[in-house]
Design a protein around this ligand. Structure first.
Ligand code: FUC
Length: 349
């Protein structure tokens, strides 16, 4: 395995640094310290042909201008928080309102737009890129000075282990995720509509018209939200289920995950034979099928557009602060927040 480093332009007085890791098994992962962004992942198809399977740009300027969180870490709180209001211990904090009067993905300058400090560690059979950043008290409105650490560990087994950690000097909320858009066809040859998803989830969260959880967990049984035995994404895009229609014809929903020890999520593209298996310690995954992906820019020479990529955002519950029946995203002073998700790429017969 090997890692190379390239120094790009400066932003906010800090150097933007790109890392590229190449594994012995033929995987190549490129990242930036701007937003802890994964800009490309090359993995072989069933014939051994290596191609990029995520949405990303070649320049930082394009990330600043167009990116709907392509490959980046989002936070401090992923998803929407109603009216941008966060009440903790009787005190209400006004978060940045960057989505129809609500708060989304950490605000106007969320963690996806920060230039993080970076270091590299090499172990036996893996290389880790470690990003650190201190988010100040009341940054984007959030209480607490929070020390954040994001580690991407790339292994010789074609895995990427994403470890997202934080510690605050006062009670606050934390809910980080990585917002990669996958497209396993390779080099964006096709949309994700024919991808097959298997998800160990009995319930998804109903959304209101602003895509905020209403508080109702709905049973997947008998609906196109039932991915327990695998389902092609297309079925949810053409579905007349009011929740698919409301999400912009597709999925933009949190699915509750059980406490399973093994693989929770499998995404497959039959034509290329590529498979992505995901394990996580998080209580939910937001499945977003790129319903609102703009078509007014291009992605490495390919015009962007709806359903070109699909996100599997393993995380705590969006708007959890307003729904005490769901697992909390509150963290205590000095408590270590730690989210771990493993992506493993392989091929089918
Ligand atoms: C996802 C969705 C949102 C939004 C954004 C870019 O996580 O939940 O609806 O469009 O990403």
């Amino acid at each position: 395995m090997q890692v190379t480093e390239a120094w790009l332009e400066e932003l906010d007085g800090k150097r933007i640094i790109e890392h590229k890791i190449v594994t012995d098994a033929g995987m190549e992962v490129t990242t930036l310290n701007y937003g802890c962004t994964i800009t490309s992942i090359f993995v072989p198809d069933r014939h051994g042909k290596s191609e990029n399977v995520v949405l990303g740009f070649d320049t930082v300027a394009e990330y600043e201008k167009h990116s709907p969180y392509f490959g980046s870490v989002v936070g401090r709180h992923a998803g929407r928080i109603k009216d941008g209001l966060l009440t903790i211990d009787g005190e209400t904090y006004k978060l940045a309102q960057n989505n129809l009067g609500n708060h989304l993905h950490g605000g106007i300058k969320g963690l996806d737009k920060v230039v993080w400090d970076v270091s590299v560690t090499e172990e036996d059979g893996s290389i880790s890129i470690r990003y650190s950043h201190v988010s100040d008290h009341l940054n984007e409105g959030y209480p607490g000075t929070v020390e954040l650490l994001v580690i991407y560990t790339v292994t010789n087994n074609n895995e990427i282990i994403l470890t997202l950690e934080g510690e605050s000097d006062r009670r606050t909320v934390l809910n980080l995720t990585n917002h990669t858009y996958f497209n396993l066809s390779g080099g964006l040859k096709r949309s994700i509509e024919s991808h097959r998803l298997t998800l160990k989830s009995d319930q998804f969260l109903e959304l209101d018209e602003n895509l905020i959880p209403t508080g109702h967990a709905m049973d997947v049984e008998g609906t196109v939200f039932d991915f327990r035995n695998g389902r092609v994404i297309q079925e949810g895009i053409t579905s007349e289920h009011p929740q698919n229609v409301l999400a912009g014809n597709g999925y933009d929903h949190p699915f509750l995950l059980g406490a399973s020890d093994g693989v929770d999520i499998v995404l497959e593209d039959d034509e290329s034979g590529r498979r992505l298996s995901i394990e996580t310690n998080q209580p939910s995954v937001v499945l977003y099928t790129g319903n609102a992906l703009g078509d007014d820019f291009s992605i490495r020479g390919r015009q962007s557009g709806e359903y070109l990529g699909l996100c599997l955002e393993t995380q705590g519950i969006p708007d959890a602060i307003n729904h005490p029946q769901f697992p909390t995203t509150l963290v205590e002073k000095g408590e270590r927040y730690k989210s771990v998700t493993k992506w493993r790429f392989s091929t089918t017969e």
